[in-house]
Design a protein around this ligand. Structure first.
Ligand code: SAM
Length: 266
């Protein structure tokens, strides 16, 4: 029953606050994120300004470290650091909200964004797209978000990515299926399609081996990224995704945005 589900969630949150709340500081988490972005060689303060200029147009408000995903900020920092970026690939378009932000951050780049075709059973069975009315409004929202002239929307399962797109890309955002096997082949294909010196980023990375496993999140992506890092010597940068207690308070549930700079491989 939905009421019971909500109640259980509130009880779990209250118990988590009792256990972890005293040691948690959102300000401290925010400072750590800013430091981690700086340690990755990016200018966080300048990126925040760049992002807020975009968000004022698209959302009418500035970035919120508590509830917005830090990938918005990391990509804004990358747009400042690499203004010559020419080709971006996003695996997992969803409603195109982030694609629209990318199109504004990188107006001179061609952005290819890939999501499932209607014929793929995963499309309608996930992300509240089962009901026809909800699906129609989702499609209308997505189409409006993808209207910028520098966005190319492609519909196919990313299992076929290497047949359907040609690299190299300067930046790749891996945000499709979050479990094995999809996340493993997406990251391997993305690594292959990323140019030497380009950046590969991945959403919802959970380093804790006993982290949550649902239809939408799992520790699988971290294992794959670590597998690459060990063999390529590429540094894996992790940025806490959201800083509010409800997102970051329980250590084993913490989700990160991962960033790796592609090195030449043998
Ligand atoms: C988390 S959403 C993407 C959010 C978006 N990238 C953002 O930054 O806000 C994940 C999307 O990946 C798509 N997806 C899942 N598995 C896929 C696959 N095998 N191939 C292509 N897209 C996939 C889903 O349909 C969903 O729309």
């Amino acid at each position: 029953m939905p009421g019971n589900g909500r109640l259980m969630k509130k009880v779990r949150e209250a118990l988590a606050r009792l256990r972890y709340g005293a040691a948690f500081s959102q300000q401290g988490e925010e400072a750590a994120v800013r430091a981690a972005i700086g340690a990755a060689g990016l200018d966080c303060a300048a990126g925040l300004q760049t992002l807020n200029n975009v968000l004022r147009e698209t959302h009418g408000r500035p970035f919120d470290f508590g509830k917005d995903s830090v990938h918005w900020l990391v990509f804004a920092c990358l747009s400042d650091a690499f203004p010559e970026t020419a080709r971006i690939l996003e695996i997992g378009t969803f409603d195109g909200q982030f694609t629209a932000i990318l199109a504004r951050l990188f107006p001179a780049a061609e952005i290819t964004t890939v999501d499932l075709p209607e014929s793929d059973p995963i499309l309608r069975s996930t992300y509240k797209r089962e009901v026809d009315d909800a699906y129609r409004s989702f499609v209308a929202r997505r189409d409006a978000n993808l209207a910028a002239p520098n966005i190319r929307f492609r519909q196919f399962n990313s299992a076929f990515l290497l047949d359907r797109v040609r690299g190299p890309f300067d930046l790749i955002w891996v945000d499709g299926g979050h479990l094995y096997p999809e996340v493993a082949w997406d990251l391997a294909a993305a690594h292959h399609l990323c140019r030497d010196g380009g950046q590969l980023l991945c959403d919802d990375v959970i380093p804790a081996p006993d982290g949550p496993r649902t239809a939408y999140v799992s520790p699988d992506s971290y294992q794959v990224l670590d597998y690459f890092a060990v063999r390529t010597g590429e540094t894996l940068h992790l940025f806490l995704k959201r800083c509010a207690f409800k997102h970051a308070g329980v250590p084993r549930k913490r989700k990160y945005i991962a960033m790796m700079r592609r090195k030449v491989t043998e």
